[in-house]
Design a protein around this ligand. Structure first.
Ligand SMILES: [Fe+2]
Length: 258
C-alpha cells in the first residue's frame, strides 16, 4: 500500500489531517507530487513534515518559483512565492534553513517505480503536472473534448500509470481519451493490466473542484482510492488573512474549493 499526496501549498491543517488519515490506515509509504509551498501560511512546517514523512517528492511549479523564479504566475501567486522565499531565508536556525533549501533545490522532475498492483505489474510515474512538461502543463478534464489530440500525445509518454497533480482537480484520464470524476468511479479506479491511465490525485491544501475537503489517493492492491477529508479551514484562512503579503483571495478560495 502507498499513498500519493500533492499540492499541499503550505496548508498545515490540511496536511496534518491527511497524514493522520494515512497513518490510521496503516500506510507506511507516502509519495508527494510537489507544490509543497506557495499560496499558504505555513511553508516551513509543511516542508519539514514532507521531508520527514514522505519517501520522495517531485518538483512542482510553486517549489520551482520559490527556489528559482516564478514564471507565468499571476500577481497573487507571485507575491506568495516571494513571501515564502523570505520566510525560508530568514530562518535563524542554520540547519533547518539549509535542510529546507537543499530539499527544494534537489527535487527531481519525475520519479518512476516498478510496482506490483494486485496481479498486475506496472510502471508507475510520479510527476507534478504532465508527462511531457513535468512542472507546468495543465491537463484539464475538458481537454478530452476540446483538445483530444493533446491528451493522446500525452499518453504516448505514459507506460502504464502516471500520477499527477497541478490542476487540483481529481479524476482519471484514459487513453480514448476519456475522463472520469472520482464520483463516477465510486471513488475507486481499478488498475487494469495494459490499460494506461493518468490519475490526478487532487490537492491536499487547495482543492479547486468546488469541494473544499482535502484530497489524496492511496493504492491498495490494484485499486487507486480517492479520499476526501474535512479539515480546519477556518484556522488556515485566519492565518492567511493575518499575513499582508498573502492575498485574502487565497483564504476565500479554500472555503469555496476553487
Ligand atoms: Fe499547485
Amino acid at each position: 500500500m502507498f499513498a500519493v499526496i500533492s499540492d499541499v501549498h503550505s496548508n498545515l491543517e490540511a496536511l496534518t489531517t491527511v497524514l493522520a488519515d494515512i497513518e490510521q490506515r496503516g500506510i507506511k509509504t507516502i509519495y508527494c507530487l510537489g507544490d509543497v509551498v506557495g499560496y499558504g501560511p505555513n511553508p516551513k512546517e509543511c516542508l519539514d513534515l514532507i521531508i520527514q514523512k514522505t519517501k520522495w517528492c517531485v518538483l512542482g511549479n510553486h517549489d520551482y518559483a520559490v527556489f528559482y523564479e516564478p514564471t507565468n504566475f499571476n500577481y497573487g501567486a507571485e507575491q506568495a512565492s516571494f513571501w515564502t522565499r523570505s520566510v525560508l531565508e530568514t530562518e535563524q536556525e542554520a540547519s533547518s534553513r539549509n535542510r529546507r533549501w537543499s530539499f527544494l533545490g534537489e527535487l527531481p522532475m519525475r520519479r518512476t517505480l516498478k510496482a506490483r498492483l494486485g496481479t498486475n505489474s506496472a510502471i508507475v510515474d510520479f510527476i507534478h503536472a504532465s508527462p511531457r512538461r513535468p512542472i507546468n502543463e495543465y491537463i484539464f478534464p475538458d481537454d478530452v473534448y476540446t483538445n483530444p489530440l493533446k491528451v493522446r500525445i500525452l499518453f504516448e509518454r505514459v507506460r502504464n500509470i502516471c500520477f499527477v497533480g497541478h490542476t487540483h482537480l481529481p479524476g482519471v484520464f484514459l487513453e480514448e481519451p476519456d475522463f472520469y470524476l472520482p464520483d463516477e468511479l465510486g471513488n475507486v479506479y481499478p488498475v487494469v493490466d495494459k490499460e494506461k491511465a493518468i490519475i490526478n490525485i487532487g490537492s491536499v491544501g487547495q482543492p479547486r473542484d468546488k469541494d473544499n475537503r482535502a484530497s489524496y489517493v492511496y493504492v491498495d492492491e490494484n485499486e487507486a482510492n480517492f479520499v476526501r477529508l474535512e479539515y480546519d479551514i477556518a484556522t488556515t484562512m485566519k492565518k492567511i488573512m493575518a499575513i499582508d503579503q498573502l492575498d485574502d483571495f487565497q483564504a476565500e478560495r479554500l472555503r469555496e474549493g476553487r
